[in-house]
Ligand binder design. Structure first.
Ligand code: ADP
Length: 587
């Protein structure tokens, strides 16, 4: 370990000289308190170091110890249910050791080294294995089977492998008589874990949320962004995704501005129940939280810590969703460090590399064929929240994000004010996975799904124009057809797009149900148009009692979807009756 000397301290940034043997992204220990830091820039023998702990009391002349190792995370059983800080120190153990405020230089192992796990081999002596091959499993939580893989770069013939209770640092398997394998692995956070092949993300991540699944789906292995103006329902959307999205593992990275934001997350998440099993959602979740008393630098590292853990579970063949909330706070940390490095500021003070750094994070999403001989598939879907000041997405972080991600769910303050939830604006949201998802829907749900989806969206867009006219000259100036259109779009908005996260049934809506509901609403419109052509009064159509049933179809249980078909039949019969009677029903 070589020792350098501090020549300057500026908040979380420390400059040290005599560091000629160190490299960028090496971890160093700063001062005799051994604060954790990472080299972010080298000029000659001078290293600029971002320090992940409070630097007060540190000054020029203090030593800096090099480790020669990059900033890494520990991977193995013990990740699930855990809450870590931005550089993977376990918050619970820390609190026990140093009280609520993290004491500087406290050393805790990232993963528990005393706990014993039941390792069950799935490979046997004589098997030839390569990096990424699964050699055994640990039932880490009731929900997740942790697959133990041969570390990347190792290969050989298994000469010994044992079932039993082991800690993560005990040997469980030996290759070629000499290479020992433990459950614990390490991986540098800034380097994506390798895979065999990237696949086209062509299967939707099903969320049970109608506005997302029907209109703005994200593919498994895809990327999405969600802006979060305060009070617009961002937390509820994220919780709904964590609960209902059909992924096995959830990694939640919280970069809160204020301390209480993160405390909320730390309190709330453990209380979320996994609907499929009734267990706590934490049993398939890894939480990374930057509490407010941690310096900004840790925020910068946290998203890489999170995505590396996500990649590790992906490599087991799982589908993982990672939520970063919010990447704006991450970008602010980047800006602060860049300022202290005295780099040339770009747009609004953010460094010019903001966009490439953000891209480097989102690019680690994907559906892949994992390393190993069995060609299993894994996926990481990245959902990044941005919190533009004042909700104005023309600012640099939102813009940099939007250029990378393929889906945008535009949370809208005006909608949440009207209590339209989820407040995702259908006019400015988009998905670039539409064609592929349409294809999947046609094969798996209904060949007509894409057509219906497109039709409903066209109606909603036309509604926006019609509303403009109504505002100017009043509704009565519209043709009957257009007035009917407004009735239909009101139904799409209120009966379809609005979805109550807190209603026992409405909280989740299967694709089968979405398909039937959408068809039902469109049927009302199509039949209505025909009826008007045949001279039926608009008023009579508007007053049809069956419309109440259409509105309530969202509360029909998944097990009784045939009731939606029955409503459709009644709608058809009632409309035919109106036409036969010459349209005057209770006129
Ligand atoms: P944010 O995180 O953006 O500040 P929240 O997610 O906490 O906002 O949402 C604010 C409030 O809006 C919630 O407490 C809830 O009452 C309401 N809300 C948000 N989304 C929904 C939803 N899908 N269904 C019902 N109510 C919702």
């Amino acid at each position: 370990m070589k020792v350098g000397k501090i020549i300057k301290v500026s908040g979380p940034l420390v400059v040290a000289e005599g560091m000629d043997e160190a490299n960028v992204y090496d971890v160093v220990q700063v001062s005799d308190n051994r604060l954790v830091g990472e080299i972010i820039e080298m000029r000659g023998d001078r290293a600029s170091i971002q320090v992940y702990e409070e630097t007060t009391g540190i000054g020029p002349g203090d030593p800096v110890y090099t480790t020669g190792e990059p900033l890494s995370v520990e991977l193995g059983p013990g990740l699930l249910e855990a809450m870590f800080d931005g550089i993977q120190r376990p918050l619970e153990e820390f609190r026990k050791l140093s009280g609520d405020f993290l004491t500087r230089g406290t050393k805790v192992d990232n993963l528990n080294r005393e706990k014993k796990w039941h390792f069950v081999p799935t490979a046997k002596v004589g098997d030839k294995v390569i990096g990424g091959d699964i050699i055994g499993t640990v039932q880490e939580t009731p929900l997740i089977l942790h697959k133990i893989m041969v570390p990347i770069g190792m290969s050989g013939e298994i000469t010994s492998i044992t079932e039993g209770m082991f800690t993560i640092i005990e040997d469980i398997c030996v290759l070629d008589g000499t290479q020992k394998i433990q459950m614990l692995q390490k991986w540098p956070v800034r380097k994506g874990r390798p895979f065999k092949k990237k696949l086209n993300p062509d299967v939707p991540l099903l969320t049970g949320q109608r506005v997302i699944d029907t209109f703005f789906p994200v593919a498994k292995g895809g990327t999405a962004a969600i802006p979060g103006p305060f009070g617009s329902g961002k937390t509820v959307v994220q919780h709904q995704l964590a609960k209902w999205a059909d992924t096995e593992i959830v990694v939640y990275v919280g970069c809160g501005e204020r301390g209480n934001e993160m405390t909320d997350v730390l309190m709330e998440f453990p209380e979320i129940i996994d609907p499929a099993t009734g267990e706590s959602l934490m049993k398939r979740t890894v939480l990374i939280a930057n509490t407010s008393n941690m310096p900004v630098a840790a925020r910068e590292a946290s998203i890489y810590t999170g995505i590396t853990i996500a990649e590790y579970f992906r490599d087991m063949g799982y589908s993982v969703a990672i939520m970063a909330d919010s990447t704006s706070r991450w970008a602010e940390a980047l800006r602060e460090m860049s300022g202290r490095l005295e780099e040339m500021p770009g747009d609004e003070g953010y460094p010019a590399y903001l966009a490439s750094r953000a891209a480097a994070f989102y690019e680690r999403a994907g559906k892949v064929i994992c390393n190993g001989s069995d060609d299993r598939e894994g996926a990481i879907t990245v959902i990044g929240a941005v919190s533009p000041p004042g909700g104005d997405i023309s600012e640099p972080v939102s813009q940099a994000t939007l250029r990378i991600v393929k889906v945008f769910w535009g949370l809208d303050h005006a909608l949440s004010y009207k209590r339209h939830f989820p407040a995702i604006n259908w006019l400015n949201s988009y998905t670039l996975y539409q064609t592929k998802m349409d294809h999947w829907m046609a094969e798996n749900i209904d060949p007509e799904f894409a057509k219906n989806r497109a039709k409903a969206m066209t109606l909603l867009q036309e509604e926006a124009q019609l509303q403009e006219i109504v505002r100017l000259v009043g509704r009565d100036s519209l043709s009957y057809e257009d007035q009917l259109k407004l009735e239909a779009t009101k139904s799409i908005r209120e009966d379809y797009l609005q979805q109550n996260a807190f209603h026992e049934i409405d909280t989740f809506c299967s694709l089968q149900k979405q398909n039937k509901m959408l068809k039902l609403i469109l049927k009302f419109y199509d039949l209505g148009v025909k009826a008007i052509e045949k001279g039926v009064y608009l008023k009579s159509i508007e007053k049809m009692p069956v419309r109440e049933k259409i509105a309530r179809s969202k509360y029909i249980e998944e097990a009784h979807l045939e009731q939606i078909d029955e409503i459709a039949q009644q709608l058809e019969a009632d409309m035919n009756k109106l036409i036969e009677e010459g349209g005057i029903l209770d006129a």
